[in-house]
Design a protein around this ligand. Structure first.
Ligand code: GRF
Length: 188
């Protein structure tokens, strides 16, 4: 199976996915697509030898360029890893049930537009939460509201800073995201 990973930032999850799938023969990350020209994820793709493509808002929402690229590349699955835009309806329709996202919190809490990265961990700490974690879910037309696939939790100590929480959450992402994606691909 062929996976396209969509990114907007550092790409540590994208790198983890590339390396995980290279160990087996179930699937491959065939392309990494970024909506940010300066995303470090594009540097990672270069270093990993994974084809990558930068696209802008016009490409994504006002053209069929990305969908055509996905079809040309015979992509079967789309994985969002730190991707911060809503997926346009033509791609949602073409890949219904085959687009997966990871969110660094226990949805439905701390989700929705604008809740990403350190903002999530700051809110969790400010609200004195006792735990946080990751949510892996299918993607639909609204931020962070698709069908739930998997959640993993970690405790938040009163002495934890948002950076310490981020570190614990990233650890959960690296441990679980590739395995969960592999599981749902294998089940289809
Ligand atoms: C991760 O925290 C992920 O849960 C969220 O965005 C962040 C992406 O980090 N969706 P990276 O770009 O994979 O390093």
């Amino acid at each position: 199976k062929k996976i396209a990973v969509l990114v907007s930032g550092s790409g540590s999850n994208a790198e983890n996915l590339v390396n995980y799938f290279r160990k087996g023969d179930l699937a491959r990350v065939s392309i990494i697509l970024s909506n940010k020209k300066d995303a470090f994820a594009l540097v990672r793709a270069q270093r990993l030898g994974v084809p990558s493509l930068y696209f802008d808002r016009n490409d994504f929402y006002n053209s069929s360029k990305i969908l055509e690229t996905l079809k040309e590349q015979e992509i079967d699955w789309i994985v969002l890893a730190g991707f911060l835009w809503l997926v346009p309806s033509d791609i949602l329709a073409a890949y219904e049930g085959r687009i997966v996202n990871i969110h660094p919190a226990l949805l439905p809490k701390y989700g929705g537009k604008g809740m990403y990265g350190m903002k999530v961990h700051c809110a969790v700490v400010e609200n004195g939460e006792k735990e946080t974690g990751i949510t892996i879910h299918y993607v639909n037309s609204r931020y962070d509201e698709g069908g739930m696939i998997f959640q993993a939790k970690t405790e938040v100590l009163p002495t934890d800073t948002p950076e310490m929480v981020a570190e614990k959450v990233h650890a959960l992402e690296y441990e679980h995201f590739p395995k969960v994606v592999a599981q749902i691909i294998a089940e289809q």
